[in-house]
Design a protein around this ligand. Structure first.
Ligand code: GUN
Ligand code: ZN
Length: 434
């Protein structure tokens, strides 16, 4: 160990995934009842039995005892809007009215000096307090909003994917760019932020309603010029939205085809919602490797509909899960999965706790193509960690008295849990103040 090496070990009940429990069953997860997660210079060095690993640790290692809490890889949120922290819980509207009446009004404020900085600070603090250490983030149309967000994420050393929204029509004047300026500003942000520290860029045309074909083509050019950047957008969320999108792009065979013909469907494309998908659209996702992003609290809150996970699986389409704040109503990925369970229940589908916890850790890491870096405790991964107390609330502690095994405990955690269950969050092995 050299003088500059920082060695830290977290002791507790370790849980992480090596595979998808819906495919590999019991073999998909590792659970160690008295485990040690050894972190060297921010990366996982080892995860195993405490009694074995403690013997190998040098005396100067910093050991943090989190027993009896659960220690898991930090949660990942695959779709969330930074400018909507003060849009959340806006009453009584479905998508298009909700956008015009509330969202576009709040997003204009990010043009004011200091507002994007203020929201970014709040947003990242709230994510970390909820145990979320990585997210795919929409900023506003203002390049400064992405600049502010990346600067704050860089300061906290969090691994974030983000992009300036591109929108050149069907929105207030103050919220529109042009095909040309959207391209130029996004390109400059990519040059400045993509791959800098832990920051990653997503080309972010808002959706087919707020982008002209010229702007979608420009976004497609950006994606082609920067194949390791993500693309993120919205699709098939709401029936009125679909009808309007089809009207605006009559040349396309369906909604997915609008994006596909502009080169925006690919393995790094994160497609928000995917509720009212046709067979051909699922097929297009399967062929291109595009990811369907399930946002249960948002889909219920905006009355958008029920995401059909079984259908995605049947078509071999990757699924990620997300909060979609501010259409969504909770920053917590635990709460998000509780609502996912109910959405699936309404369709006769199931979601065991292991599958839910896999989805918000390794599952999302794989869907986002980030599993080489995050989402598990395999050696070499970045040590983003959430420490969970399944008995943190009175009702949960009471319910925990009767759980008989790990699967039951985890189901209580997923069903009743939220940010109150987060005992600690670590970013690259450093504990953050919650
Ligand atoms: N479609 C286009 N923009 C948005 C947005 O901000 N939120 C949601 N839920 N859907 C969208
Ligand atoms: Zn969204």
């Amino acid at each position: 160990m050299t003088a500059s090496t920082i060695l830290r070990a977290l002791r507790g009940r370790l849980l992480w995934f090596l595979d998808d429990p819906q495919i590999a069953g019991e073999a998909a997860h590792r659970f160690i009842a008295d485990g040690l997660l050894v972190v060297e210079n921010g990366l996982v060095k080892a995860a195993g039995e405490a009694r074995d690993l403690l013997r190998t640790l040098p005396s100067e290692a910093d050991i943090v005892d989190h027993r009896p809490h659960l220690i898991m890889p930090g949660f990942i949120d695959a779709h969330i809007h930074m400018p909507q922290t003060q849009v959340v819980a806006s009453y009584g509207a479905q998508l298009m009215e909700w956008l015009n009446r509330y969202t576009f009004v709040e997003e204009q404020k990010l043009g004011e000096q200091g507002h994007a900085e203020k929201l970014s600070r709040f947003f990242l603090a709230e994510l970390l307090a909820s145990g979320t250490t990585t997210a795919a983030v929409y900023c506003s149309v203002h390049p400064q909003s992405a600049e502010a967000f990346f600067a704050e994420s860089q300061r906290r050393n969090t691994r974030m994917i983000a992009g300036k929204v591109m929108m050149d029509r069907n929105a207030p004047e103050a919220l529109t760019d042009t095909a040309e300026s959207g391209y130029r500003d996004s390109k400059a942000l990519i040059a400045r932020w993509h791959g800098r520290g832990r920051q990653l860029y997503a080309v972010t045309p808002r959706f087919a309603i707020t982008s002209t074909p010229e702007q979608l083509a420009a976004a497609g050019r950006l994606a082609a010029e920067h194949p390791d950047c993500h693309v993120q957008t919205h699709i098939d969320e709401n029936r009125a939205e679909i009808a309007f999108a089809r009207e605006l792009h009559p040349e396309a065979a369906d909604y997915a085809d609008i994006y596909r013909r502009h080169g925006l469907l690919g393995p790094r494309s994160l497609m928000g919602h995917c509720i009212h998908m046709t067979h051909n659209e699922w097929q297009a996702f399967a062929e291109t490797g595009a990811v369907a992003v399930f946002c249960p609290t948002s889909n219920l809150f905006l009355g958008s509909g029920l995401f059909d996970w079984a259908q995605a699986r049947r078509h071999g389409v990757k699924v990620a899960v997300a909060t979609d704040i501010g259409g969504g109503t909770s920053y917590s990925m635990l709460r998000t999965m509780a609502e996912a369970y109910k959405v699936l229940q309404l369709q006769g589908q199931s979601l065991p706790a292991f599958a839910a916890l896999h989805a918000i850790t390794r599952g999302n890491a794989v869907a986002l193509g980030l599993d080489r870096w995050i989402g598990s405790f395999e050696a070499g991964r970045e040590a983003d960690v959430v420490v969970l107390d399944a008995g943190a609330t009175r009702a949960m502690a009471h319910r925990m008295e009767t759980v008989r095994d790990l699967a039951e405990e985890l189901f209580v955690l997923v069903t009743l849990g939220d940010e109150r269950n987060v005992a600690a969050t670590y970013v690259m092995g450093e504990r953050v103040g919650l």
